[in-house]
Structure formats: structure tokens, C-alpha cells
Write a protein that binds this ligand. Structure first.
Ligand code: SF4
Length: 184
């Protein structure tokens, strides 16, 4: 399927199926009615409906969404190289009344050789599995992913037990604005 080259866009223009999709539509619709899904759909809608789209920054959206979902504890899984932003974010979230657990990618102080047997680099390693397990053990309600390296983010996201949202995508070439890698 390639919606990016589709000319008719009947899904949008006529709010009907183009019958190119292969998933079970009724099954998907019934999943939206499940409480754990509908409460997220409703909280997300409150951020953008009635002309609100664009009025909030992503950080503001996360804080409002978390409050609507009655989340009390938030996790920050951040890249050590972005600690200045993690520090500022922790202060913002704490000021809003959330309990924050901020876990750096170097948690546990693992050596490169303990994480990557093929590595011959002798320095501390990123430890996305450790970050996830720490946040799992602390049972945070929602994790914010902040600038985790490509690949490590997959391991982190795969291992987190709770919901998570990516706040910052690391892009060292385009100052963490990956869209520029598409348009340039
Ligand atoms: S009409 Fe079908 S192919 Fe076209 S954008 Fe919508 S879902 Fe994609």
C-alpha cells in the first residue's frame, strides 16, 4: 500500500474505504471502543479539537494529556548528551505536580563490551534496556523518550511496560529536527 502516491484520497474526501487496506476494519473499530483505547482517544482529541490544534507546544500537550489521564508519575528516558534539556524538563513537570523519574542512557555504568561484544571501544555504553527496566521497576505511568540513539530507541520502546511518547528525536546532523533530513 502507498498512500503517499494515491490520487483519489477517498478515505479523506469521502470518509469511505478504498478497499486497498487489508486489515479488519470492524475489528479496528471495536478496539477503539475498549476503555483503555477510548480514554486515550478522548484525551488526545481534547488537545486539538475546537481550534486548539497548534495552540500548545508538544511539552504542553504532554502535560495536559498526562493530567487528563490522571497520570501521577512520569519517566524521562533521555540521552546523556541531552541532559540539559532533561534537567529543564524535569523542573517543568515537577512544577506541574508530576513525580518525575529521569533515567540517563548511561544508567548502570555498563562497559561497551558488556553491551556490544563486537565493540573495541573502552568507555561507558548506552544502556536502553537498563533505562526501560528502571522505569518499569518504578512503575511510572508514562515515559517520555528524549533523544535516544537510533536502534537504542527500538530496544527501549520494546522493553518499556507502560505507555511512552517520543518528545525528542535525535538528529545530530540537523540539530534534532529530522524533518530537515527529508526536505533538504
Ligand atoms: S484512499 Fe486508500 S490508498 Fe488513498 S490515501 Fe486513502 S487509504 Fe491510502
Amino acid at each position: 500500500m502507498n498512500c503517499s502516491t494515491c490520487d483519489d484520497k477517498v478515505c479523506r474526501k469521502q470518509q469511505t474505504s478504498c478497499n486497498r487496506e487489508i486489515f479488519d476494519k470492524e475489528e479496528v473499530i471495536s478496539k477503539y471502543k475498549e476503555t483503555t483505547t477510548s480514554e486515550i482517544v478522548e484525551a488526545a482529541a481534547e488537545l486539538v479539537d475546537f481550534g486548539r490544534a497548534g495552540s500548545l507546544s508538544r511539552v504542553e500537550e504532554i502535560m495536559e494529556f498526562a493530567a487528563t489521564m490522571n497520570y501521577k508519575t512520569l519517566g524521562l528516558a533521555y540521552c546523556y548528551g541531552m541532559e540539559q534539556y532533561a534537567i529543564a524538563l524535569e523542573k517543568l513537570l515537577t512544577a506541574k505536580g508530576f513525580k518525575v523519574s529521569a533515567v540517563s542512557c548511561s544508567v548502570g555504568g555498563l562497559k561497551q563490551s558488556e553491551v556490544n561484544a563486537a565493540s573495541c571501544i573502552h568507555k561507558v555504553s548506552c544502556n536502553p534496556l537498563g533505562q526501560a527496566e528502571q522505569l518499569n521497576a518504578e512503575k511510572v505511568d508514562l515515559t517520555l523518550v528524549v533523544g535516544i540513539c537510533m536502534g537504542h530507541d527500538i530496544l527501549l520502546n520494546r522493553t518499556l511496560n507502560m505507555d511512552f511518547t517520543t518528545l525528542v528525536v535525535k538528529d545530530r546532523k540537523f540539530n534534532h529536527a529530522p524533518l530537515q533530513g527529508i526536505t533538504k
